[in-house]
Design a protein around this ligand. Structure first.
Ligand code: GDP
Length: 414
């Protein structure tokens, strides 16, 4: 049994747009698959009459079965992907953990993420990880074990470690959201390779910035590169560590305005990915550390740290970010992922219809040819019949004449 509140939350979640669309499009492909299979079966049946279906057409139709299967395979793996970037220690892992409502990724001093970490839902009850280039499932019971596993392996910044986390422990994972945590953009990265390997299929990018400083050139550079490869990427900017502002309440509004303006200028004027009006929906002031603690406390963990002034406002803003993020990622993923599938589905249905149409018109032609042929035959028969009739009449006539002639001669002779 699932608690009612979490059920309701799932059903209202904007992520459901993606989840429902995925289910619907899969149902449509199940129908297309049935339709293609029926067609192939029917073709094998009429293939026996060689004149109607060519083996080429049968082969073409059979190929559609594997094409549809292929699309369904890709479809089942389709997910919504969010990638986190920012300088080391800005709080990328903390944001991910807060969103997952659990300490999934190691964070803090000594736990710098020095490779790419992808967190995705797993149907199993126990978490495990898979290193790039291996099939081996390494069990991880705890964060410290995960951190240890990551340290032990000599991983480089271009490698990917996939963390499979039980779906039933987190709604976002259950709804097919995949999280990617990156090494800090300050650790001499090979940005081009990063982007090609991990970013081209990302639906949303989250820049985790530090509210205690301004946006860095390294952070901006990365997104400049991303937007040359992807047209209008969806970017959120989180000004994290906003709890630090509580120390200087007299500057709070001023600092916030300044960060807001600079971040908006970056997205609107530099990258030109959104309009000024949309900027409020993309820039947030949060504290990932507090949000995670609040969520752990909600789940009954005892948290010792006292609440900082303004916590509630920051926590609301974090939840607001999550909502906007969910809407954005869900719509983007439906558009980029399913648009292709529906185009291909339409193409297959159309091509199959063309084949069937051509078979139908071939059959029609054959039928009318046979009819013509049939008519010629009938005419011949009719003609022969008439001829026969004429001949018999003539014969009868001749015979009658002959009989008369003989009778006359006989009577004369008598
Ligand atoms: P990453 O390297 O970007 O993944 O950063 P981490 O998530 O590992 O965070 C680095 C350190 O900053 C950790 O000790 C976190 O607890 C701390 N931290 C993260 N977010 C916040 C925040 O919002 N406020 C404060 N005060 N500390 C934070």
């Amino acid at each position: 049994g699932e608690p009612r509140s979490s059920r309701q939350m799932t059903e209202n979640s904007p992520l459901q747009i993606f989840v429902k669309a995925k289910k619907k499009i899969n149902d449509i492909f199940v129908e297309i698959e049935d339709y293609v299979k029926d067609t192939v079966e029917y073709m094998h049946e009429i293939e026996k009459h060689k004149e109607i279906v060519t083996s080429e057409k049968v082969k073409q139709s059979e190929d559609f079965v594997s094409k549809v299967r292929g699309i369904r395979d890709v479809l089942s793996r389709d997910h919504m992907k969010v990638a986190f970037f920012g300088r080391t220690s800005n709080g990328k892992s903390s944001v991910i953990n807060a969103m997952l409502r659990d300490k999934v990724l190691p964070s803090g001093i000594g736990h710098t993420t020095n490779c790419f970490l992808q967190v995705e839902g797993s149907p199993t009850d126990e978490p495990y990880l898979i290193l790039e280039g291996s099939d081996e499932h390494c069990a991880v019971d705890s964060v410290s074990q995960l951190a240890h596993a990551l340290c032990k392996e000599k991983l480089n910044e271009n490698q990917l470690v996939r963390v499979f986390w039980p779906r039933n422990r987190c709604l976002l994972l259950r709804d097919d959201v995949v999280f990617v945590d990156s090494p800090g953009v300050d650790v001499t990265p090979n940005l081009d390779e990063w982007i090609d390997k991990y970013c081209l299929d990302a639906d949303v990018f989250v820049l985790v910035a530090n509210a205690e400083s301004t946006l860095m050139v390294t952070e901006k550079n990365f997104f400049h590169k991303v937007s040359t490869r992807l047209s209008k990427p969806n970017i959120f900017i989180l000004n994290n560590r906003w709890d630090a502002s509580a120390n200087e309440p007299e500057y709070l509004d001023q600092v916030r305005r300044q960060h807001q303006e600079r971040a908006a200028d970056f997205l609107v004027k530099e990258l030109k990915v959104i309009s000024q009006r949309e900027a409020d929906e993309r820039i947030f002031f949060i504290s990932a550390k507090e949000a995670l603690q609040a969520r752990l406390a909600e789940q009954g963990h005892s948290i010792s740290t006292p609440l900082t002034e303004g916590f509630q406002t920051r926590y609301f803003e974090f939840q607001d970010f999550e909502r906007k993020f969910e809407e954005c990622i869900s719509k983007s993923a439906v558009k980029t992922k399913f648009d292709q599938h529906s185009q291909r589905g339409k193409l297959i249905a159309n091509q199959l219809k063309e084949i069937l149409d051509s078979i139908y018109s071939d059959a029609q032609q054959l039928k009318s040819e046979k009819l013509v042929h049939h008519k010629e035959l009938l005419d011949k028969i009719n003609y022969t019949e008439k001829q026969l009739m004429l001949i018999t009449q003539e014969m009868k006539h001749k015979i009658r004449n002959m009989v008369e002639d003989v009778e006359q001669r006989v009577s004369k002779a008598l």
